[in-house]
Design a protein around this ligand. Structure first.
Ligand code: ACO
Length: 328
């Protein structure tokens, strides 16, 4: 009897803007300090896209690298999922622009908006297509140009975010390696804790503009607490379902929002610090792009080997959260 079909990450790509904005740069823009930002968030610097650079522009080199790494031609893609909160336009979707640029014409393409959980939501969706036999190769991208959503005069938020893109190709394989399972959750009761307030419910006009509704607004303290609890809970949920203990995990690759959130989650789960991959120091919070960027770097640094058990865990606006368990 043949083994069940699983979806395996067969290629990865990364693309971050060259321009670096350090905490010392921010000291000149708002009343803050490198010391405050470092101790409260773990962030030292973030990348900022040049004017005119869109999410699809950032995504394209990451997607090309992932395809080459996987040995998959664009014409072999069955689906492109672009997880982003910062699409090029409302429509056409960023995924369609990417499809055009990759010359992957005719495959399905859509954007997925689940804020910082977008990449885990995207993997979950792609895995379902592959297990159902409806797709063999899927490109999942997390790409964000967040800097336009940031009020650069507001120290509460401007120190936290950055721009970047990461991509993964998922391919149908037989055998033990690949995505074991995913869990995704949401709770819209928390919608006003973290939001960009403009849209069809609040179209941009003079007063929304003056009220800065088009910028990210966040209740930082409350968001922090829910992030720690939900990321810990969903990790326990997926591990318990598969009879796995935190000790069995080789590496946790979490959404990178704040080092204190990651340390608290690690402590809740009783995992040692060396089992949690952290690169928030270099990029800040790139929303849907943090996990593919971190996963790419973890693999490049030799922190993930074939056969390892890897857990991705995410949390974002909505609130949304989720986890994906992978046998690498
Ligand atoms: N520099 C200096 N001081 C600051 C800054 C800053 N950049 N920002 C806030 N402060 C001040 C505040 O004004 C406050 O001053 P006060 O005591 O005089 O009133 C003081 O620092 C403490 O502020 P808090 O908000 O209590 O600081 P906290 O320790 O909670 O840290 C932070 C704030 C970093 C935002 C934290 O709450 C956090 O990381 N929250 C979660 C963020 C997160 O996970 N976001 C998820 C995003 S997911 C997505 O979908 C985008």
């Amino acid at each position: 009897m043949s083994s069940p079909i699983r979806s395996k990450i067969t290629g990865m790509g990364l693309n971050v803007p060259k321009k670096v904005l350090t905490n010392h740069d921010l000291e000149k823009m708002v009343e803050t300090s490198d010391e405050w930002i470092t101790t409260r968030t773990g962030i030292k610097e973030r990348r900022i896209a040049d004017d005119g650079v869109s999410s699809s522009d950032l995504a394209l080199p990451a997607a090309l690298e992932a395809l080459e790494d996987a040995g998959v031609r664009p014409s072999e893609l069955d689906l492109i999922i672009c997880a982003t909160s910062t699409p090029d336009r409302m429509f056409p979707t960023t995924a369609c622009i990417l499809q055009r640029e990759l010359k992957a014409a005719q495959c399905g393409a859509f954007d997925l908006l689940a804020a910082c959980s977008g990449f885990v939501y995207g993997l979950t969706t792609a895995d379902s297509f592959i297990r159902a036999g409806s797709a063999k190769n899927i490109l999942v991208v997390g790409s964000e140009v967040l800097n336009h959503l940031i009020d650069w005069t507001n120290r509460d938020t401007c120190v936290l975010f950055g721009d970047g893109a990461g991509a993964a190709v998922l391919s149908a394989v037989e055998g033990e390696s690949g995505i074991i399972d995913s869990r995704i959750h949401a709770n819209g009761e928390y919608s006003d804790f973290l939001m960009v307030g403009t849209g069809s419910a609040n179209p941009i006009k003079q007063d929304t503009f003056e009220n800065k509704d088009h910028y990210v607004k966040m209740k930082g303290n409350q968001t922090f607490k829910v992030a720690v609890n939900t990321m810990s809970d969903v990790t326990r949920e997926i591990l318990e379902k598969h009879g796995i203990t935190p000790d069995d995990i080789d590496l946790i690759v979490p959404h990178q929002a704040n080092i204190r959130i990651l340390n608290a989650v690690g402590k809740n789960l009783g995992v040692s610090e060396d089992k949690v991959f952290i690169n928030v120091r270099k990029y800040g919070n790139t929303s849907a792009a943090t996990i593919p960027i971190a996963l790419y770097e973890a693999r490049a640094e030799g922190r993930i080997k074939d056969g390892d058990l890897v857990l991705l865990v995410a949390f974002g606006g909505g609130f949304t959260w989720g986890a994906t368990l992978i046998r690498w």
